[in-house]
Design a protein around this ligand. Structure first.
Ligand code: ADP
Ligand code: ASP
Ligand code: MG
Length: 425
């Protein structure tokens, strides 16, 4: 008998019919003799709808109350799913995040899991029930308040429970057949990967591939949880996210492909600090201010200073949501740093190419830049790591960029990828 954690995303439980379909799938797993823990997201786009509602009543909703509101979404789907399973003659019990023992820090909207105490989940399993847990939510012991784990955080709930319960596998059910070489909504010729290393998946998630939440991949990597990303709409084998080198049945290590996939991100903005005196200590000063504004800086570029002027420009990217607070903090210290002005650009897009094989293959960046050049797409910033290259372009060219780069690296297939549900919101 195995212990299986199954997570169903919003598009898989979007309406009553879908909930019944998912219930049947869970019952089938149970019938096969497995213990099943289910993590469920809010129905369809209901988290976005609750968020819109919050902004209609308050321009900046109070973080504690916003978490209270958003966690209601998962509560609805967990209870409905438990009812559906029970009506099929199987026992099921639903639990909120705090009942399931998801203990977090106190950061509303982006809380981190600090402990998992799934006593009630174990009891439910021992009693023969399917345990259904509300994803994306936790509880802080100091404030005694409800928290949320960040958008997409149900993935993290599933991984954390799988780790705490030493589950045999953590299955992430979604509206596409697995992890593809690019978002199949944008690149229909994208190819489904049978497997991907957690290291590559981490880079793809960081690059904007929302099929898995970055923190869930990090958590899985740290705790040795194997993930299986697959469709809740069919029984096809999906994508295995593995933690060490993949070993095939004959015991041989399979070499990683040069390119695993491409991701795009439209959620960042670029700030340029213009006319920074080119003397030691200025970058330190600027990024201390930026850190003080709680901004998560991604790429940084410093121009070569003009010999005549002795000043330089420093540009960096950060989430759009942190743009305003960062501009304010920098403006407050303008005299101290001695720069001349600030520019803010929120019309940028970032394309990220990921592949473990980049370590041992040269010419990958040349091929990327050539493909973008041939499509007439200008590159504004570049950053690289061992297994990743990211470039910033204009936001309105990013989809075209994804498609031409996908083709240039020979990733296209002849079949069109199927997107089973969801709105892509
Ligand atoms: P869920 O509601 O199940 O959590 P998400 O909407 O969070 O689902 O994630 C699934 C979506 O991720 C897909 O519908 C797809 O559009 C998008 N996506 C982006 N990049 C990829 C990729 N490389 N492979 C598969 N899906 C991707
Ligand atoms: N419902 C939450 C969201 O939409 C969490 C999740 O779906 O993973 O972000
Ligand atoms: Mg998701």
């Amino acid at each position: 008998m195995s212990l299986i954690v199954q997570k169903f995303g919003g598009s898989s439980v979007a309406d009553a019919e879908s909930i019944k379909r998912v219930a049947k799938r869970i019952v089938d797993t149970r019938k096969a003799g497995n213990d099943v823990v289910v993590v469920v997201s809010a129905m369809g786009d209901s988290t976005d709808e609750l968020l819109d509602l919050a902004h209609e009543v308050a321009p900046i909703p109070a973080p504690r109350e916003l978490d209270m509101l958003l966690t209601a979404g998962e509560r609805i789907s967990m209870a409905l799913l438990a009812m559906a399973i029970k009506s099929m003659g199987y026992d099921a019990l639903s639990f909120t995040g705090s009942q399931a023992g998801m203990i977090t820090d106190a950061r509303h909207g982006s809380a981190r899991i600090v402990d998992v105490t799934p006593g009630r989940i174990r009891d439910a399993l021992d009693g023969g029930a399917v345990a259904i847990v509300a994803g994306f939510q936790g509880f802080n012991r100091d404030t005694m308040d409800i928290t949320t784990l960040g958008r997409g955080g149900s993935d993290t709930t599933a991984v954390a429970l799988a780790a705490a319960l030493a589950a045999d596998i953590c299955e992430i059910y979604t509206d596409v057949d697995g992890v593809f070489t690019a978002d199949p909504r944008v690149v229909p010729q994208a190819r489904k990967l049978d497997r991907i290393s957690s290291e590559e998946m981490l880079e793809l998630a960081a690059g904007g591939a929302k099929v898995l939440y970055i923190r869930a991949v990090e958590y899985a990597r740290r705790h040795g949880v194997t993930l299986h990303v697959r469709s809740s709409f069919n029984n096809n084998q999906g994508t295995i996210v593995y933690n060490t080198e993949f070993v095939d049945p004959n015991g041989e290590i399979v070499e990683e492909p040069i390119i695993a996939g491409i991701a795009a991100d439209l959620s960042e903005a670029k700030i340029t600090v213009v006319g920074v005196p080119d003397v030691p200590g200025k970058a330190a000063q600027i990024f201390k201010i930026v850190a003080g504004a709680n901004a998560n800086v991604d790429m940084i570029v410093q121009n070569v200073s003009g010999v005549a002027t002795g000043v330089t420009d420093i540009s960096f990217t950060l989430p759009k949501s942190e743009g305003q607070q960062t501009l304010t903090a920098l403006t407050n210290d303008k005299e101290l740093v001695g720069f001349s002005s600030l520019q803010y650009d929120d019309q940028i897009g970032k394309l990220t190419l990921v592949g473990g094989g980049m370590r041992t293959n040269t010419g990958v960046s040349a091929k990327l830049f050539e493909a973008l050049f041939l499509a007439g797409i200008n590159i504004e910033m570049i950053s690289t790591s061992e297994i990743r290259i990211s470039v910033v372009t204009r936001a309105d060219t990013i989809q075209e960029a994804l498609r031409v780069v996908h083709t240039a690296f020979g990733l296209d297939t002849d079949d069109e990828a199927v997107v089973h549900g969801g709105t892509g919101r």
